[in-house]
Design a protein around this ligand. Structure first.
Ligand SMILES: Nc1ncnc2c1ncn2[C@@H]1O[C@H](COP(=O)(O)OP(=O)(O)OP(=O)(O)O)[C@@H](O)[C@H]1O
Length: 337
């Protein structure tokens, strides 16, 4: 997740780099010659710390595993929460650690029914590992749900699409600047016990896979390639419409029950999407006409032609109303018969 600005290669920051690699002698030379540390490794990120005594990690139940650590169900002050751990090999890099904590500060301030709520980080002095607490979403990820249940009926798929779009609209309308998620995938969308979808994840993959912590390199190492906007794959400047592109591919999967080209290498797929304008097929049997139209707009090759999430919500609400009316009409004819 990143506050919006067109992405270009980061400026050179030798002092930050030297500090992150622990080259104290080089730091001294750079400082003596007026070097500054734009990353601010010396400044601890302000982040809500939770005393480790309030959470007993020994009682933790493993509920999932990401690329950088496990996720556990734990009790915090008697309430079930998810503890996302970032293994020490990743978290021990001070540059990554600090950037990650800064991102947490931002996430913690977000409040929306369709955004996973982050509660804080466990006592930083206690462990080299980073452990973040978040609200626990008992139904797990959209990825797991799709694998278990397959495709959704159109009414459900549209309701879920609205959940995601509302969460994303909130991020994109964040003040003073929009927030771009940049890694919107079915694995980063979770479902609560009431069936509501929420957007999660605070961008560790982007931080940890970067060549350096600020030069985010969106490599898609955990499967994100499939959902990657062409301009990101081509390493061009990009804006918040990259999330709209990813959203379209997720909605496509909800109608179909998963990705259409499951067997294909995700990086090759992203390459074809970026350079050959290839997109998943839209069979008329599966996709209602207004959904086809919406998906084509959202995954348009020109980022400026993609609709905003505000516009997407309006379109989806009309589609939802029409679907519900059709359902009602079918029902009443059943009753009449
Ligand atoms: N807040 C949560 N509530 C319930 N389950 C969760 C929560 N967060 C994560 N999980 C579960 O843990 C799994 C792993 O999550 P995690 O965010 O670590 O990895 P990921 O999103 O798959 O990949 P990445 O490491 O790139 O973020 C998820 O797929 C989900 O099943």
């Amino acid at each position: 997740m990143e506050v919006e600005r067109p992405y270009h290669s980061p400026p050179s920051k030798p002092l930050s780099d030297a500090r992150s690699f622990g080259h104290d002698d080089i730091c001294k030379i750079l400082e003596a010659h007026g070097g500054i540390d734009p990353v601010g490794l010396e400044t601890p990120a302000p982040c809500c710390e939770i005393p480790h005594t309030e959470v007993d990690m020994r009682e933790a139940t493993l509920i999932g595993e990401g690329a950088y650590g496990e996720v556990y169900l734990v009790k915090w002050r008697g309430t079930e929460v998810a503890a996302k751990t970032i293994r020490s090999s990743v978290a021990s890099n001070p540059l990554v650690r600090n950037k990650f904590l800064q991102e947490m500060v931002l996430w913690q301030r977000l409040r929306h029914p369709n955004i996973v709520e982050y509660l804080g980080v466990l006592d930083l002095k206690h462990s080299v590992r980073l452990i973040f607490l978040a609200e626990y979403l008992q139904n797990g990820s959209l990825y797991d749900i799709l694998r278990k249940k397959g495709r959704f009926d159109p009414v459900t798929a549209v309701a879920y699409a609205l959940d995601i779009a509302r969460g994303m609209n909130y991020l994109h309308r964040h003040k003073p600047r929009p927030i771009i998620h940049r890694d919107l995938t079915p694995r980063n969308i979770l479902q609560d016990g009431a069936g509501r979808l929420k957007v999660a994840d605070f961008g560790l993959s982007k931080i940890a896979q970067g060549k350096d912590a600020l030069g985010y390199k969106m490599t898609g190492g955990t499967g994100s390639y499939r959902y990657m906007a062409p301009e990101v794959y081509r390493r061009e400047s990009y804006g918040k419409s990259v999330d709209v592109f990813s959203f379209a591919l997720i909605v496509h999967e909800m109608f179909q029950g998963g990705p259409s080209n499951r067997g294909e290498d995700p990086e090759k797929l992203a390459d074809r999407q970026a350079y050959e304008n290839s997109r998943p097929p839209l069979s008329s049997i599966v996709y209602p006409e207004p959904i086809k139209k919406l998906l084509k707009e959202c995954w348009h090759k020109n980022p400026d032609s993609r609709p905003s999430f505000g516009e997407i919500i309006m379109q989806l609400e009309v589609i939802q109303e029409n679907l519900q009316q059709r359902r009602l009409m079918n029902c009443s004819s059943c009753v009449i018969m």
